[in-house]
Write a protein that binds this ligand. Structure first.
Ligand code: ATP
Ligand code: MG
Length: 351
C-alpha cells in the first residue's frame, strides 16, 4: 500500500463502516468489531478509525489514542484523527497559491484596500467544512499505511451521509469557491478601472501561468483521490447501521437506508442494548415489549440484509476485555470472512 496513487494498492483492503443515530453504540460496536476481527485473524492488520469529531475511542479502550496510529493489539491499531491537521496542509497550500495568483494582478500592489479584500476572499476559513471533511476522508484512507481492514466509527447519520457524499463534489466546490473569489477581485478591479482607466491588465506572466497550472494540478489530484475513495466505497466497503430498538433510531435508519445505497453497500443492522431475558422487573418487562416491536420492524425492513444483536450489558463496555465480550455476543461463531463480507439477498452466493 505504499503507492497511494494507484487503486491497485487497495485491491485487498476492506472497509467496514458503522453508522446510526447518536448514542446508540456506534463506537462500542466499531471498537468491539475491530478487536474481534484482529483476534480471529492474527495475520490481518486492522485499523480502527474514528471519523466522529467527538472522538471517544480513547475512553472505550481506556488508553490515550488521539491523532496518532496507536497499538491496541499487536495486529490492531486505532486513531482519532485531527481533521483540521489532515486538511490544513492541502487547504493552506491551495489558498496560498490562489492568493498569490490574485496578488500577481498588477493593480493589487497599488491598492492597499484590495489586500484586505483578497485576504478575506482567500482564506482557509472560507473553504466549506464539507470539502475539508472530504479531503480528510481521502487523506486518512489513502495514507494510513499498511492495513488490510479499516473499521470506521462514523459520526451520527446526517454527517455520515455528507462524508460519503463529498468525494463526488469536493472538487467542484473548491473550484467554484476559488473562481467566485477570483471573480469578486476582478469585478472590483473593473470598477476601479472605470474610475481611472489606465492599462492595469497586461497579459499573464509566466509565473502567473505556472501558479494557475499548479492550482489546476492540485484540483486534479483531489479529483483523482475522490475517484479512488468512491471506488473503495463502491467496491471494498460495507456499511452497517447500529440501532437501538426504539422508534427514533429505527426511523432514522429506515430513512437513511434509502439514501446510502448509492454510495456504499449496506450489509445490515446491529440492534444494540436489547434487554436480556433475565431482566424481569416490571419496568424491564414493559421496555422489552416495546423493544420486541421495534426488533420485529427492523428485521422486517432489513430482511434482505443481516441482523446482529447485542444485549444491554450490566457493566460499562469499557476496556479490551469488555469489548471482547461484546464482540463474542455480537458475532457468536461467525468466522472472520463472514463478519467482514457477509452476504445479503441479491448476492450471487446467497447464504
Ligand atoms: N450493549 C450495551 N450495553 C450497555 N451499554 C452500552 C451498550 N452499548 C453501548 N453502551 C453504552 O452506551 C453509551 C453510548 O455508546 P457509544 O459511545 O458506543 O455510542 P455512539 O453511537 O458511538 O455515541 P455517539 O453518537 O455519541 O458517538 C456508552 O456509555 C456505552 O458504554
Ligand atoms: Mg461514538
Amino acid at each position: 500500500m505504499n503507492d497511494t496513487s494507484t487503486s491497485d494498492s487497495f485491491e485487498n483492503v476492506s472497509l467496514v463502516f458503522f453508522g446510526g443515530k447518536g448514542g446508540v453504540g456506534k463506537s462500542t460496536t466499531s471498537a468491539a468489531t475491530a478487536t474481534h476481527l484482529a483476534r480471529l485473524n492474527p495475520s490481518a492488520r486492522v485499523l480502527l478509525i474514528s471519523f466522529d469529531m467527538a472522538h471517544n475511542l480513547s475512553d472505550l479502550f481506556d488508553t490515550e489514542i488521539g491523532d496518532k496510529i496507536t497499538e491496541i493489539l499487536p495486529n490492531m491499531h486505532a486513531i482519532e484523527p485531527d481533521a483540521e491537521r489532515y486538511t490544513e496542509e492541502f487547504v493552506s497550500t491551495f489558498v496560498e497559491k490562489a492568493k498569490s495568483l490574485a496578488y500577481s494582478l498588477p493593480i493589487v500592489k497599488k491598492l492597499t484596500n484590495l489586500e484586505e479584500y483578497i485576504e478575506d476572499s482567500f482564506s482557509a476559513a472560507s473553504i466549506p467544512l464539507a470539502v475539508k471533511n472530504s479531503i480528510f476522508f481521502e487523506e486518512i484512507i489513502t495514507k494510513a499505511g499498511e492495513f488490510d481492514v479499516f473499521v470506521v466509527d462514523m459520526p451520527p447519520t446526517g454527517n455520515m451521509i455528507s462524508i460519503f457524499e463529498v468525494p463526488r463534489t469536493s472538487i467542484q466546490i473548491l473550484l467554484k469557491n476559488t473562481l467566485e473569489s477570483m471573480d469578486k477581485v476582478i469585478s472590483f478591479l473593473r470598477k476601479i478601472r472605470k474610475i481611472n482607466p489606465l492599462h492595469w491588465f497586461k497579459s499573464p506572466k509566466k509565473e502567473q501561468r505556472n501558479t494557475a497550472r499548479e492550482l489546476l494540478d492540485m484540483l486534479r489530484e483531489l479529483d483523482k483521490r475522490g475517484d479512488l475513495v468512491m471506488k473503495l466505497l463502491k467496491e471494498r466497503s460495507s456499511l452497517r447501521f447500529v440501532s437501538i430498538a426504539e422508534r427514533p433510531s429505527y426511523e432514522e435508519i429506515r430513512r437513511a437506508k434509502q439514501i446510502v445505497g448509492k454510495y456504499v453497500r449496506l450489509d445490515g443492522v446491529v440492534i444494540n442494548k436489547i434487554n436480556p431475558p433475565s431482566c424481569q422487573c416490571e419496568c424491564c418487562i414493559s421496555e422489552s415489549e416495546n423493544q420486541k416491536k421495534y426488533i420485529d420492524m427492523i428485521e422486517h425492513e432489513f430482511q434482505d440484509q443481516n441482523i446482529w444483536k447485542a444485549e444491554k450489558m450490566m457493566t460499562e463496555t469499557i476496556g479490551i476485555e469488555k469489548l471482547v465480550e461484546f464482540g463474542k455476543m455480537l458475532y457468536k461463531n461467525n468466522e472472520y470472512g463472514e463478519i467482514l463480507h457477509p452476504s445479503i439477498n441479491g448476492d450471487d452466493d446467497v447464504k
